[in-house]
Write a protein that binds this ligand. Structure first.
Ligand code: CTP
Ligand code: CA
Length: 221
């Protein structure tokens, strides 16, 4: 590999990435989830590793290969993701790309719920922990804390609110009004304390390498 610091700008840094959905079980065969392919988060983990970082990737249920040189922790639920994140701290940078389910079912059935006999009772839901906001309020808050926000409308407006509410340094606002979900391209806006950068539509690998460049620059200043 290339040890030159210009080519390994994240050498010596520990980067945490969350990716994919979480699955919140209803019974042994059914779950609640957000749509997420995991592609963008995995691409960021890979780009950070190429840039020389030690990378821990906390992945929800996705069918994607582990990028070379990345330590992967597989989880299913938001509460498992939170635990894996907390066990990985401290880190220099956290990039929270996961589409965490907002709720879990309070009383998970131990056996498959059958349709006959009236079907399913109304599901009681409870809110999941906000992992990003937890890091934002933590004494172990990473030097650079980055969230993602998939929005279908008022993309930048909502992202600015989330940046402040969750204590994140940057929010990468992701316009999912088109065909992004599961696709290979992304249109993002980088929302920071200094304002908003609109990036042109590009493939997810390019979003990842540009974001890693942006992270490397921020850490070197
Ligand atoms: N996030 C998280 N834990 C949660 C929910 C969200 O860590 N329980 C993180 C996501 O990984 C992402 C950011 O918060 O980096 C924004 O997620 P989003 O779902 O857009 O935010 P919410 O506050 O859940 O708002 P919404 O009502 O739009 O879903
Ligand atoms: Ca949400």
């Amino acid at each position: 590999f290339d040890a030159h610091p210009l080519h390994r700008p994240l050498y010596g840094r520990h980067v945490l990435v969350t990716a994919g959905p979480t699955h919140e079980p209803i019974d042994p065969v059914r779950y609640i989830a957000n749509r997420s392919s995991g592609k963008q988060g995995f691409a960021i983990a890979e780009a950070a590793a190429v840039a020389g970082a030690r990378v821990t990737l906390v992945a929800g249920p996705v069918h994607l290969p582990t990028p070379p040189g990345v330590d992967r922790i597989d989880v299913e639920t938001a509460r498992e993701m939170e635990e894996a994140v907390n066990q990985t701290l401290p880190v220099d940078v956290a990039v929270m790309v996961a589409a965490v389910a907002d709720w879990h079912v309070t009383r998970q059935a131990g056996q498959k719920i059958k349709k006959e006999g009236g079907g399913i009772a109304p599901l009681e839901l409870a809110e999941n922990p906000d992992i990003l906001a937890g890091l934002g309020a933590s004494v172990q808050k990473p030097r650079l804390l980055i969230g993602f926000a998939a929005e279908t409308h008022d993309v930048v407006h909502y992202a600015q609110g989330k940046r402040q509410r969750k204590g994140a340094d940057w929010i990468i606002a992701n316009d999912v009004s088109g065909d992004v979900m599961g696709g290979n391209h992304n249109t993002v806006h980088v929302v920071t304390a200094d304002g908003v950068e609109d990036w042109e539509r590009m493939d997810k690998e390019r979003v990842a390498t540009r974001l890693v460049e942006r992270i490397s620059n921020a850490l070197s200043h």
